[in-house]
Design a protein around this ligand. Structure first.
Ligand code: CTP
Length: 407
């Protein structure tokens, strides 16, 4: 399964404690950054004897934190905020002392306070000499941590810094990365490995060289769906019109301006796709004539005659192959469900996602959304108000369940 940039939007604290294996941690930070994670390094003073904060700061693109206070003016590094910010914490290396402190709830440094305040999953990559590892107290501490739900990334057998050979070497950065990857990513779903044609943003219909007819679409919902699809391991062809946010990475992007350009681009890409998700706000009408020069305000009023644009979704859906799936969006201001159900049928869709313009927390421009999904077999469900990113994840999860049942 192809998954790229799959730590995008994941916030990870890398906690480094004193031990020779600390020299390997910059490689872990590099791997996480390369896959799009936001990384905050928190290191103990002892760790600084083995790896420099400068190296970690450069690689993580963030200042490294070690102390409770940022400066002598008393400005503090809020460990509670740090812990709540993180989606995951990995402590590497964790020596016998750190494991003991964790098992007993000691918090004599910033890292320990972050660990005690954390609500997110925690991983630990122990590293120590073989006898320290097998010692009953270390093993009891490890068991205590496992019982509390902390993930232990077992040390490896091999040559140790003491010159002895045995179990105690910290797992390699690549293995630590895989352990995080396996648990942090969404499990494969219906979209994994599929090719999705997704549209987003609004179209603009030129009136003259400087003016157009457009709409308020920001592209936020469509792009959140793109991110969630990419995280699910789908290949995404993203056709986008006018947007006000950064364009997602790790997908094939096609920028267009007008509905006609979107139409042409979608016609070219549709045959290759397994699923079409049409989240774009396509202008229904465009000026019949586009003035070649800026229209001057010589008249008291002007009339612009508009003609209907092609209905991209209807056209593609009418001609879809048996195994192609089409999902539309509907923006309604009245009689919402009935209008959306009529569109579902008229446009030959598998599902339609209803946005309500009457909900102030949903729709154009805002960062949150709430939608109702209606399917051709009568199935329907609601996704309550949440960030567009979360709504996109829940939308795909629920669509995946419905598609798995019905296809
Ligand atoms: N759509 C499209 N081409 C158009 C207009 C809309 O592909 N020319 C798609 C939208 O991307 C959306 C769905 O059709 O997925 C419904 O769009 P919406 O604006 O809610 O409805 P319309 O079909 O335009 O109908 P109306 O404006 O009359 O409600």
């Amino acid at each position: 399964m192809l998954r790229k940039n799959h730590f995008k939007n994941k916030k990870i604290i890398v906690g480094i404690t004193g031990g020779i294996a600390a020299y390997k941690v910059p490689q872990l930070v590099r791997l996480l950054k390369k896959e799009g994670a936001e990384v905050q390094v928190v290191m103990t003073d002892a760790a600084k004897s083995f790896v420099t904060p400068q190296t970690l700061s450069v690689l993580s693109e963030n200042p490294v934190l070690s102390d409770f206070f940022k400066n002598t003016q008393g400005e503090w590094n809020n460990h509670v905020h740090l812990a709540l910010w993180a989606d995951a914490i990995i402590i590497a290396p964790a020596g016998a002392n750190t494991l003991a402190k964790m098992a007993h709830g000691l918090c004599d440094n910033l890292l320990m306070s972050v660990i005690l305040s954390a609500r997110c999953p925690i991983w630990v990559a122990p590293a120590m000499d073989l006898d320290m590892w097998t010692h009953a107290s270390t093993q009891t501490n490890i068991q205590t941590l496992i019982d509390r739900g902390i993930h232990i990334i077992e040390p490896e057998d091999g040559e140790l810094a003491s010159g002895l050979t045995g179990k105690g070497r910290m797992a390699e950065p690549e293995q630590i990365f895989s352990a995080l990857e396996n648990q942090l990513l969404p499990p494969p779903n219906f979209f994994t490995g599929k090719r999705i044609l997704l549209t987003a943003g609004g179209t603009q219909e030129a009136i003259d060289p400087v003016r157009f007819i457009g709409n308020h679409s920001s592209g936020k919902m469509g792009f959140a769906i793109a991110d969630a699809l990419i995280q699910s391991g789908a290949t995404v062809d993203l056709v986008f019109g006018s947007v006000s946010i950064a364009i997602p990475e790790n997908c094939n992007t096609y920028g267009v301006t007008s509905a006609n350009e979107m139409h042409q681009q979608c016609l070219a890409l549709f045959p290759k796709c397994d699923i079409l998700i049409m989240a774009a706000a396509v202008a229904d009408f465009a000026p019949v004539e586009v003035a070649s020069q800026k229209i001057k305000k010589t008249e008291d009023s002007i009339t612009i005659t508009l003609k209907k644009n092609p209905d991209i979704l209807s056209e593609l859906s009418e001609n879809k192959r048996n195994n192609q799936i089409t999902v539309g969006f509907a923006l309604e201001t009245e009689n919402e469900k009935n209008n959306a159900l009529a569109k579902l049928q008229k446009k030959n869709l598998d599902c339609i996602v209803l946005n309500s313009q009457s909900n102030p927390d949903a729709g154009f421009g805002v960062d949150t959304n709430a939608v109702t999904v209606l399917c051709k077999d009568g199935a329907q469900w609601q996704i309550p108000t949440a960030s567009k990113s979360l709504v996109a994840q829940q939308l795909l999860q629920s669509l995946s369940e419905w598609l798995t049942k019905t296809h």
